[in-house]
Each structure stands twice: as C-alpha cells, then as structure tokens.
Design a binder for this molecule. Structure first.
Ligand SMILES: [Zn+2]
Length: 256
C-alpha cells in the first residue's frame, strides 16, 4: 500500500483496538470478581468518583490527566494505557498480516481474548472458563463456516492443545492448571494443530527465559509458580501473526 490512503486502514484498526482495549480493561478488572462488565459505569478505584466519558478516552485521558484521578489525584495504574496501546498495536498488526479479510475478524477476536486472559491470569492466576470455553466453540464454528483453518485442522488442534496440557498437568502433579488446558484447546481451534505447536514452542521458550531471569534476579524461588497463561497467550499471538513464516523457516532449516 502506498500514499496516505494506505495508512488509513491501519490507523483505523489501531484506534478501534484502543477502544476494544479500554473495554478489555473493564473485563480484566471485573470478570474475575463476577461483576457485570456493562454496569455500573467506571469509577475511580480510590475515591469512587464516576469517570465521565471525556476522562475515559483511551491513551489520551491518561496522558492529559497525568495518570491521576481528576478528583482525588490518586495514581491510575499504568496498566490501563498499556492494555489499550497493546490491543491497538495487535489489531494494526493483524490487519497488516491478514488484510481486510474474514481471517482478520477471527484474528481480532482471538487477540482480544488473549489480551483479557493475560491480564486476568497475571492478576488472579486464573484463566476464566467464560472466555476459553466459548472461545473453543467460536474457533471450531469459525473453521466449519469459513474453512480457515480447515475443520479437521481445527478439531485436531483443539484436541492436541487440550491433550498436551492435560498430560503436563498429570505429569507435573498440578504444576499447571485446567485453565491452561482450555486455553491450549482454544488456540488449537483457532490456529489449527500446526500453528498451535508453533505457539506452544514460542510460549515455552519465552516462559523459560523469563523463569531463568526471575531466578537469577532472586525475584522468584524455585517453588513459586509463575502463571503460564500469559506466555501461552503470547505464543498464540506470535503464531497467529508470524506462525506460517516460523514454520517455513523451521521446516527448511531442520527437517530436510
Ligand atoms: Zn479518585
């Protein structure tokens, strides 16, 4: 794409992602507490003052308010703008990878789910079934309806994703939770089994690097559990965006 017109779609997707990210912040904060994600309106966690829409514009409001509540000046967590910006960037990347296509719609759905799972698992060490179970169903239904990935790939992917983590749970005696298993199945349903394996490999590599770094820095002991969901979500996003290229590179480099 060339010229300013070529920038319009990515910018629109980025802005759309900012607003979806703003909604995902609400999901991350309220879903584990079983509070409605629709009502009541957002309020300051410190003083309870309701946040009007013009103080709730993604990124802009945080910057204009200096990261503080307008009423009580309490600090607003940096996580809010980070989630918004991350979702915006992921949505623009998905457009770049998939173009304006049916695949883009499923990519945006999966990326939004992965952002929510990451935030919730970091905060609460759980991966909610209300995200992953409907996610598995949507992924399988999507492949049946569109052929992306082919339905057999999606079903095998869901089975492999769930089965792999089931085996890890059994073998490790509870080192991972059932939430990781259902997240694995959801990724398999959306990505198909080949890209699922790419995602799992990326997540294991990333998780290993971070675990070693935390041990080396003395931030975590050997016994402390590090939630794996965020790594699996990262691996899934990488596989969604760059999985075909990674797979091609891997097959040509190692599997002659
Ligand atoms: Zn306040």
């Amino acid at each position: 794409m060339t010229g300013p017109g070529g920038l319009l779609a990515p910018v629109l997707l980025f802005v759309f992602g900012l607003f979806v990210g703003s909604f995902l912040n609400v999901v991350i904060a309220r879903l584990p507490a079983r509070r409605s994600i629709v009502t009541p309106r957002s309020a300051c966690l410190h003083c309870g003052a309701p946040i009007p829409w013009h103080d709730n514009v993604p990124l802009l409001s945080f910057a204009l308010l200096g990261g503080r509540c307008r009423h009580c000046r309490a600090r607003i967590s940096w996580r809010y703008p980070v989630v918004e910006a991350a979702t915006g960037c992921l949505f623009a990347l998905a457009l770049w990878r998939h173009g304006l296509s049916l695949d883009l719609a499923s990519a945006l759905f999966l990326l939004a789910a992965l952002v929510a799972v990451t935030g919730i698992d970091l905060d609460h060490q759980i991966i909610p079934d209300v995200i992953t179970l409907p996610g598995i169903a949507v992924g399988l239904a999507w492949s049946l309806a569109t052929g992306h990935p082919r339905w057999l790939d999606a079903i095998v992917g869901a089975a492999v994703g769930g089965g792999l983590f089931f085996l890890i749970i059994v073998a490790s005696g509870g080192g991972m939770g059932g939430g990781d298993m259902k997240l694995g199945a959801m990724l398999g349903a959306f990505l198909g089994w080949r890209l699922l394996l790419v995602g799992v490999m990326v997540s294991v590599l990333a998780g290993g690097v971070v675990a070693i770094a935390l041990l080396a820095l003395g931030r975590r002991g050997r016994k402390d559990a590090v939630p794996f969901g965020p790594f699996l979500a990262l691996g899934g996003a990488v596989a969604l965006l760059w999985g075909e290229g990674i797979l091609h590179w891997y097959l040509t480099a190692f599997a002659r």
